[in-house]
Ligand binder design. Structure first.
Ligand SMILES: Nc1ncnc2c1ncn2[C@@H]1O[C@H](COP(=O)(O)OP(=O)(O)OP(=O)(O)O)[C@@H](O)[C@H]1O
Ligand SMILES: Nc1ncnc2c1ncn2[C@@H]1O[C@H](COP(=O)(O)OP(=O)(O)OP(=O)(O)O)[C@@H](O)[C@H]1O
Ligand SMILES: [Mg+2]
Ligand SMILES: [Mg+2]
Lengths: 152, 180, 152, 180
């Protein structure tokens, strides 16, 4: 319904306006409706300004900035209406170490409420996990699962 | 509605019965390229009722059945079971309660909810809810009540994070609508 | 011209049939023309079989397998007709450590003939470089270049 | 035709004159997200004659001019210079020699080839070959003879490696045609 979407949109938007600066340590971002007069069908647009930089088109953002913006948006929607679990497959691939740290801390905060499953190649992300499963393929084409001890 | 356990059997590269126990909190899945990590994500989507082979990187749904390797023949079926901890019994409002099948009402107060999906090479499918055969429809009905539903924002598949920012305005709207 | 394309296609194809197994430590891959009867306009298709696995559609390949296949193809075209320089921006992002090692070794081999510029966040790739430039942005929005000492 | 040096001035996030000296062999460029690494790749494409703003992640070509930050105003122009070591003097066959401009013939035997491109906010462009004004056409002519040309396989921009495998058959053909 039209009001329900408007309400969801506004709540997610205000969460996004806090989540983005937390992920980027500054800057600002917000969502807007393409067509305010037609809330029932209007598309949604993102506007982004990384800290200290001029706001520009989304395309000019770097690979890591785009990924971190997307993660901030996904997490904002998630915070509004958490699902029981959240699965993220290699979202950290384009991120540098500092951003991976902030990403991992945010996941840790949200993990009281929901279960998180992170697929990753990154050591720093692995360190932030409560438990690790290793998938191996010693015989080509056949996957086996081992649990990796995180005692260290 | 926490995931307790996932079992794969003949699903993609999991030729043998493969079990993952899920703790609460943050769990990592690691391993070399091509070893089967994203296949586990596909298995979760599939057992939750994914109907599009393309969303599982296949051309037809049959692509999820173990296809064999140099030393083993392909298998005749794929099966995935997901077990949930039904700590907060999921909600069905009065109207939904009228509509859902016996199979769904039966599990509503169970301590655990176990969903199994099977696909045979013949093309035949089976769905089970706590061991009882049911229709795909019943599984999706039940998930609607639990907040698990088809939330595109709760599974971010490999490569998608870069594309989200470049989505069209309608696609972004859809993402938000799912949380409405 | 038709013959020139056919000749290039066949040479690149034979190089690709060697480069792929070298990158994947086995397996096979080849190029084919969609329409053998219309060489002047025919599209080109890739077929891939990672070591020990069944050949399947390209879509079923993992993220890392797709990236490594693309790199093998690009390098095959490059070996046929090297350009003076080759610039690769974060192609190693989806690769695991072992594959990054093979990728870096192949770049090192080709770098006698051509100059390579690798943009990366990965320590292993950095170790394989002859020289490193660090780009910093201490003042937000303004890039500065420093050269990083590789004496270690 | 080795790259000796690249100079950026007012190009994207390089507000100040920024110089990179290129050794032979393998050079790495590292730094945090958003610090300007891919902008350097854009600068190389641009000075080699890129005509599409979209291939430089912009909406119009004006987007390559430093847009300012919290403490500095935007600049009025962007300039990039690339300097090549012309060790193997590039080739022009007899027919090409007829066609190319004076500017190109002049640099053919030079030890170094220096290409400069400038864009002013007014929209005006300038191109220089070893300091002499020329047309964009002359720059692309010269590059055709050197093997630098528009080789899509010699610059792989961020994110493209995953898409190559999923290209349509015509796009794959184009990649190979460029090496023909
Ligand atoms: N039906 C099937 N039978 C057997 N193997 C399959 C089947 N479907 C896919 N595979 C194989 O599974 C592999 C892909 O696995 P997956 O995508 O899970 O890798 P991954 O661990 O996520 O790797 P990466 O780190 O590169 O993303 C491919 O090599 C593919 O051939
Ligand atoms: N005309 C311009 N003026 C000022 N800044 C610009 C201009 N064009 C782009 N930028 C900025 O440059 C930054 C992007 O830089 P770049 O893409 O080179 O990052 P990167 O180092 O490759 O990062 P990543 O590791 O995330 O890929 C963006 O923050 C963008 O705002
Ligand atoms: Mg994967
Ligand atoms: Mg970049």
């Amino acid at each position: 319904s039209r009001d329900r979407f408007k309400e969801t949109f506004e709540t997610v938007n205000s969460i996004f306006q806090e989540t983005f600066p937390r992920m980027f340590q500054g800057g600002k971002a917000y969502l807007s409706l393409c067509d305010e007069s037609n809330i029932l069908e209007s598309g949604v647009e993102i506007s982004v300004q990384p800290p200290g930089k001029r706001a520009g088109t989304l395309a000019l953002l770097s690979g890591g900035e785009k990924a971190l913006t997307a993660v901030s948006l996904i997490f904002s929607i998630f915070l509004h209406k958490p699902s029981p679990f959240c699965i993220l497959d290699e979202v950290d691939a384009p991120l540098d170490d500092a951003n991976i740290g902030r990403f991992a801390r945010m996941v840790a905060d949200m993990s009281d409420q929901s279960q998180f499953l992170l697929i990753t190649h990154n050591k720093k992300t692995m360190d932030s996990c409560g438990m690790l499963y290793g998938v191996t393929m010693n015989e080509p084409g056949i996957s086996k699962i081992v649990s990796v001890d995180l005692a260290a | 509605m926490r995931i307790k356990r996932l079992e794969l059997n003949g699903f993609k590269s999991c030729m043998n019965r493969t079990v993952l126990d899920f703790p609460s909190g943050v769990t990592g899945i690691v391993g070399p390229n091509g070893c089967g990590k994203s296949n586990i994500v596909d298995a979760i989507r599939w057992v939750l009722g994914e109907q599009s082979a393309r969303h599982l990187r296949g051309q037809s749904m049959e692509d999820v059945i173990f296809a064999g390797n140099d030393n083993h023949a392909s298998l005749g079926a794929a099966e995935v079971t997901i077990v949930f901890d039904n700590e907060e019994a999921f909600h069905l409002d009065a109207e939904q309660e009228e509509l859902v099948a016996e199979a769904v009402a039966a599990v509503r107060d169970a301590a655990e909810i176990q969903v199994t999906r099977r696909l045979f090479r013949s093309g035949e499918s089976e769905y089970l809810l706590n061991g009882a055969k049911c229709r795909l429809r019943d599984i999706t009905d039940m998930f609607l009540g639990t907040g698990v539903g088809s939330k595109a924002y709760s599974i971010i598949e490999q490569g998608r994070v870069g594309r989200i920012i470049e989505s069209k305005p309608d696609e972004l709207r859809l993402l938000i609508e799912e949380a409405a």
